[in-house]
Design a binder for this molecule. Structure first.
Ligand SMILES: NC(=O)c1ccc[n+]([C@@H]2O[C@H](COP(=O)([O-])OP(=O)(O)OC[C@H]3O[C@@H](n4cnc5c(N)ncnc54)[C@H](O)[C@@H]3O)[C@@H](O)[C@H]2O)c1
Ligand SMILES: [Fe+2]
Length: 387
């Protein structure tokens, strides 16, 4: 088997890495960046810190700071106008997955044109695009190192996965110090997102020995530190491990895939505006219970990498311990069920068939060790409903 691997050309990982942004641009021969970020990054002073770093190297960086959480195609179009209005040779996505995904989407649209829906999976796009430098602040999506962007179609409310080499940043700068301001809820949600990336990359039908190494290492880093960072946001060692784990998990799933949890999570996000990591967390226990019989050894490996108590014995015992741990994790991180989150039961029931269809259409469920049909997906949504 030949595994097709793609990575950013440059990775800078560690506390203070933000300071090396200008050097990274110089290595890439880039000098006219547009910073693509959100209002919170301006409020927290992170955007200005980045501008200062660049200014010291003689680069005056313009900024578009109006990206929105879980971007839709209208928001991406507004960013596109800003990009087309200037003479930029690269985009710096600064923030969580939302600003980085916006930068990646615009990098393609500004060069190749068209609408976002033209790029949705199963199409894979590897044509012209502006280079993107990803600087994550959530230790979650791994978008700084993935060949994906996720944008909701404003017309249809479909959360579209767009795939291809041109969506892969040329450089990733993973500086955990940028995550110290995350409140506990965001820490939990983005951490579970990263953990889900690692688990799904490892159990995916597209898993390979290269992605396996990153996935297992990410699981170890995330599982051992998520509760700590949630309890104490100033725990620098935990924050550092989570940032490393999130980037590793991004590398893992970008070179393998995500699977059923993500396939089912996107419609919940699109229709009910549940943050991405939270909708993953709502689904992870039930989807793991459904999938594990088809890949017992793989899930047992996950339990062991995560250091789950009771995982040392047989594979069956390790899987049982993993399922217990995923339930316990949701309790400890105060993850609500969709019902407890306040989703209207009638609207949920009405949308289930469409959600199941959209989950399947994304292609992610086909990578799952156990591949469901639309009916099985509806049953799983039903099991997740009340937690
Ligand atoms: N491209 C990929 O490979 C990929 C993978 C997974 C998820 N995603 C997508 O990424 C998006 C979610 O990204 P996300 O979970 O990183 O969240 P986000 O970017 O939507 O940010 C959520 C909120 O947290 C705030 N925030 C970010 N960093 C902060 C910090 N350090 N301190 C305080 N507040 C901070 C933001 O301003 C925002 O209000 C979704 O659209 C999801 O579908 C993309
Ligand atoms: Fe994700």
């Amino acid at each position: 088997m030949i595994a097709p691997i793609a990575l950013p050309r440059i990775l800078r990982i560690g506390g203070g890495a933000l300071q090396e942004t200008a050097e990274v641009l110089a290595l890439l021969g880039l000098s006219r960046p547009l910073i693509v970020t959100d209002p919170m990054m301006v409020k927290f002073g992170l955007a200005e810190r980045l501008q200062d770093v660049l200014r010291r190297a003689g680069i005056t960086a313009a900024m578009f700071s109006d990206t929105v959480p879980e971007p839709d195609s209208d928001a991406v179009d507004r960013a596109r106008q800003a990009v087309l209005a200037g003479d930029y040779d690269c985009l710096i996505g600064l923030g969580g997955g939302s600003p980085i995904d916006t930068a990646k989407a615009v990098a393609v649209l500004a060069r190749e044109g068209g609408e976002m829906r033209d790029y949705k999976a199963p199409r894979q796009y590897s044509g012209p695009a502006l280079p993107v430098i990803g600087i994550p602040t959530t230790a979650g999506t791994g978008s700084e190192a993935t060949r994906f962007t996720v944008v909701t179609d404003s017309a249809t409310h479909e959360k579209m996965l767009c795939i291809g080499q041109s969506f892969l940043p040329v450089a990733a700068i993973a500086d955990y110090e940028l995550t110290l301001s995350k409140p506990p809820r965001l820490t939990a949600d983005t951490g579970v997102d990263a953990l889900t990336h690692a688990i799904e990359a490892y159990v995916s039908r597209r898993a390979n020995p290269f992605s396996d190494g990153f996935a297992l290492s990410a699981m170890r880093a995330i599982a051992g530190n998520l509760r700590r960072a949630y309890m104490d946001g100033s725990d620098r060692a935990a924050r550092e491990a989570l940032m490393l784990g999130a980037t590793q998990a991004g590398i893992a799933f970008s070179n393998s895939s995500v699977a059923l949890v993500h396939g089912m999570s996107r419609p919940i996000g699109a229709h009910f505006h549940v943050p991405h990591g939270l909708s993953n967390a709502m689904l992870l226990p039930v989807v793991t219970a459904y999938s594990a019989p088809a890949a017992e050894q793989r899930y047992a490996d996950c339990a062991r990498a995560m250091g789950v108590p009771g995982a040392e014995g047989s594979d069956a015992a390790a899987v049982a311990a993993l399922l217990e741990e995923l339930h316990r994790l949701n309790v400890d991180l105060a993850v609500p069920s969709p019902r407890a989150w306040g989703i209207d039961p009638a609207r949920w029931a009405e949308l289930l068939p469409l959600m199941a269809t959209q989950a399947l259409a994304s292609g992610s469920p086909a990578n799952n060790p156990r591949v469901p049909d639309a009916e099985a997906i509806q049953v799983l949504y039903g099991q997740a409903w009340a937690g």
